[in-house]
Design a protein around this ligand. Structure first.
Ligand SMILES: *Cc1c(COP(=O)(O)O)cnc(C)c1O
Length: 451
């Protein structure tokens, strides 16, 4: 077996050269989504008994597979939630791999855990969470939300052994991210929907109505209230103070899903929208969305981490050296054991650039969003659907039907101008832009607006 050293030097040159070239592109090509048959024809069977060799496999990646992956970090990729990792974060991601750091335990990765925890502390401070708060980095907001709700369920059940057999309720808005519904299904929890306003916001009034509609038995069954700090579809922030109040009234866990929007805690102009977030029992923020980290990186923070530890710590004879200590091990704070030190790229970038640079970068994206909003407002055939709060703009092209939106979007990518896909708003096909890349300029946005 020579898999570890064969051609290692040649491979290093190939990989570093490719990486350097890709990182120097400004911008990189947007690239395409390629049908399976075409990829099969061009790439064929890549895994063989003999191996194809580094040169050939890198050629396949550079010429066939890589260009069949959209450049999420392109300044005109404005769909879903774009990524815009800093060079510092991307480069350090290479080091995380090259050093085989084990991110699961203090015993094996103390230096890495120390650095990740300072990163988590920065996020906790932005939110105003108390000194004892902490958590870990997981693969995405979906797993972060699942982790939070699993802890909420444990805490609710711990009150009374008779609750072991019962299915608790979670109060959340009908506009909450789909990962919350997925988590409820996995955890066998029931949902109690809260109505939303014209911008999909969960308001104090709607929460009051939801609370008043609960029977006594239902009130006692609520294990968590989930609020969203930055809806994915509209960027709207729920009334977090009212949600915190509702959770307190019910004696329930308060989870804030800030997977996308939590980054705006460092904004100089939007912080007020997050009032009440400091009361969260758990908080999700994805650095891979709007905090300039490469995939995959999502923070789950707990006000009282020991509750998460009770939910997640795995026990086994071979793990006693890890679990029978007071050391802080990230594996205790989510449903995972082995883990990549995926918080380190964000840590490195924050440590290199300083937090002011993050504030400024967020402010730039919000300023670009505001400028783009004014352009849309001033264009006759375009119409805002909701008032943007963070960095998402939802708008319609008057007179278009679903097919016209879809055809326009496909053409925009086919022409390699930009990537903007339609979304659905109250049953209507409309357009949605999301600006999380500080390199996205107003001219980039203009190029991505329909005539
Ligand atoms: C993106 C998103 C999620 C899911 O996060 P992933 O990292 O994609 O798993 C959850 N909640 C909100 C509000 C999001 O925007």
């Amino acid at each position: 077996m020579h898999v570890h050293d064969q051609q290692a030097h040649d491979l290093m040159e190939l990989v570093f050269a490719f990486t350097a070239e890709r990182m120097a592109m400004d911008p990189p090509p947007l690239d395409f989504s390629v049908p399976f048959a075409e990829l099969q024809a061009q790439a064929g069977q890549t895994i063989t008994a003999e191996g194809l060799g580094g040169t050939e496999v890198m050629r396949l990646f550079e010429e066939v597979l890589g260009p069949a992956c959209l450049s999420i970090d392109h300044p005109r990729y404005l769909s879903f939630i774009p990524a815009a990792p800093t060079e510092a974060a991307t480069l350090f991601d290479l080091i995380v791999s090259a050093t085989s750091i084990y991110g699961g335990s203090w015993l094996e990765g103390s230096g890495s855990v120390y650095a990740e925890n300072q990163t988590l502390r920065w996020l906790a401070d932005l939110a105003g969470l108390p000194d004892g708060a902490g958590g870990t980095f997981v693969s995405g907001g979906s797993i972060a939300n699942l982790s939070a709700l699993a802890v909420a369920r444990t805490v609710w059940r711990d009150v009374d052994p008779a609750r072991e057999e019962r299915r608790p309720l979670v109060l959340l808005s009908s506009a909450a991210h789909s990962s919350n519904a997925a988590a409820l299904a996995l955890l066998d929890l029931r949902s109690q929907p809260v109505e939303v306003d014209g911008a999909d916001r969960m308001t104090a009034a709607a929460l009051r109505t939801a609370l008043d509609s609960l029977t006594d038995a239902e009130r006692e069954s609520v294990c968590a209230v989930v609020a969203t700090a930055g809806l994915t579809n509209t960027g709207t922030v729920d009334d977090l103070s009212a949600a915190a109040e509702a959770a307190a009234e019910l004696g329930a866990w308060f989870h804030v899903d800030g997977a996308y929007g939590g980054a705006a805690l460092c904004s100089t102009t939007r912080r007020h929208l997050f009032a009440g977030i400091e009361r969260a029992d758990s908080l999700t923020i994805d650095p891979h969305k709007w905090l300039f980290a490469p995939y995959d990186c999502a923070a789950i923070l707990y006000r009282e981490p020991r509750l998460a530890k009770r939910t997640f710590t795995q026990h086994a004879g071979y793990l006693d050296v890890l679990t029978e200590t007071d050391d802080w091990s990230p594996s205790d704070y989510a449903p995972h054991l082995s883990r990549r030190a995926r918080g380190l790229p964000t840590w490195f970038s924050l440590a290199v650039h300083g937090t002011d640079a993050y504030r400024d970068a967020i402010d730039i994206t919000i300023a670009t969003t505001e400028a783009a909003t004014e352009v849309i407002r001033a264009t006759d055939h375009l119409e805002l659907v909701t008032e943007p709060e963070l960095s998402v703009i939802v708008f319609r092209r008057t007179g278009w039907d679903r097919d016209q939106y879809w055809a326009w979007s496909e053409q925009l990518l086919a022409d390699q101008i930009g990537f903007v896909v339609p979304t659905t708003w109250r049953g209507e096909t409309v357009l949605r832009l999301c600006i999380t890349n500080p390199r996205t300029t107003l001219d980039d946005v203009r190029a991505c607006l329909p005539d």
